[in-house]
Write a protein that binds this ligand. Structure first.
Ligand SMILES: Nc1ncnc2c1ncn2[C@@H]1O[C@H](COP(=O)(O)OP(=O)(O)OP(=O)(O)O)[C@@H](O)[C@H]1O
Ligand SMILES: [Mg+2]
Length: 228
């Protein structure tokens, strides 16, 4: 049997209710994404990039249109089902790394496994160590975030995102706080993950990051304006 596409979004619109009334943020988005694609989302500040990423990551809802995530109609999922899909199939990487300061690199990476009931407790730390090895930081396993450089912290965050072997990796400005050498390392890792079959979606203002992706989507005032 043919597998459904990873992501199929049709005529999706999103608005936020604020005290000043409804703010329309995304208009009539149509988008299909397959496994193994690396996609850059670019566009001006306020154009809706993070909002679109949050919808794809099941953190935000939408008002109109449809979003099919593999076999799931997303608007029919319960909060509990969304939580399980997020934990098992989606990895997030943020601009400011979001590591917990009181945990070591190793413990930070092991954290998503604790919420994953399909993984045996005894395997947490060996899986976390494997993920740290993957990003070249096995020697920093016992370091705390403040003892690491920005680029190293982001590699820990990537290890945390990939420790559950998710099919979908979402990154919001992952290189925004890094020098060009460290950003290259991060993009190398993300494109490698795409080559291994995960879909990787990166919101970025950095053209050198966008150029490395297999596809570029441009958002302008909440509309996808072109695709190449
Ligand atoms: N929770 C919210 N409530 C009301 N408006 C919101 C909310 N979140 C985002 N917005 C509005 O939606 C629009 C898109 O925001 P979004 O964060 O998606 O932009 P962005 O393209 O990621 O911008 P940037 O490049 O600055 O990160 C903005 O006008 C923003 O003010
Ligand atoms: Mg944003």
């Amino acid at each position: 049997m043919l597998m459904a596409p990873l992501i199929a979004i049709k005529n999706l619109s999103k608005s936020f209710a604020t005290q000043a009334g409804n703010v329309d943020v995304l208009h009539d988005i149509n988008l299909a994404i397959e496994d193994g694609e690396s996609i850059a989302i670019v566009g001006p500040s306020g154009s809706g990039k993070s909002t679109l990423l949050s919808i794809i990551g099941l953190l935000e809802t939408f008002q109109a249109g449809s979003f099919q995530l593999r076999d799931h109609a997303v608007d029919e999922l319960t909060d509990r089902q969304k939580r399980i899909i997020r934990n098992q199939h989606i990895g997030w990487i943020f601009q400011n790394f979001n590591l917990l300061p009181d945990l070591t690199a190793w413990e930070n990476v092991a954290l998503p496994l604790k919420f994953n009931q399909s993984i045996n407790r005894q395997h947490y730390f060996s899986l976390a160590l494997e993920a740290l090895e993957r990003v070249g930081l096995i020697d920093k396993a016992k370091s705390f975030p403040t003892q690491l450089s920005g680029g190293q912290q982001q590699r820990v965050a990537i290890a945390r995102a990939l420790v559950t072997k998710p099919g979908l990796l979402l990154a919001d400005e992952p290189t925004g706080n890094l020098d060009s050498e460290s950003s290259k390392t991060i993009v190398d890792l993300l494109t490698q993950l795409a080559q291994e079959g995960s879909a990787v979606i990166v919101v970025t203002h950095d053209d050198s990051v966008a150029r490395r992706c297999s596809r570029r989507l441009t958002l302008n005032s909440g509309r996808l304006v072109d695709e190449n």
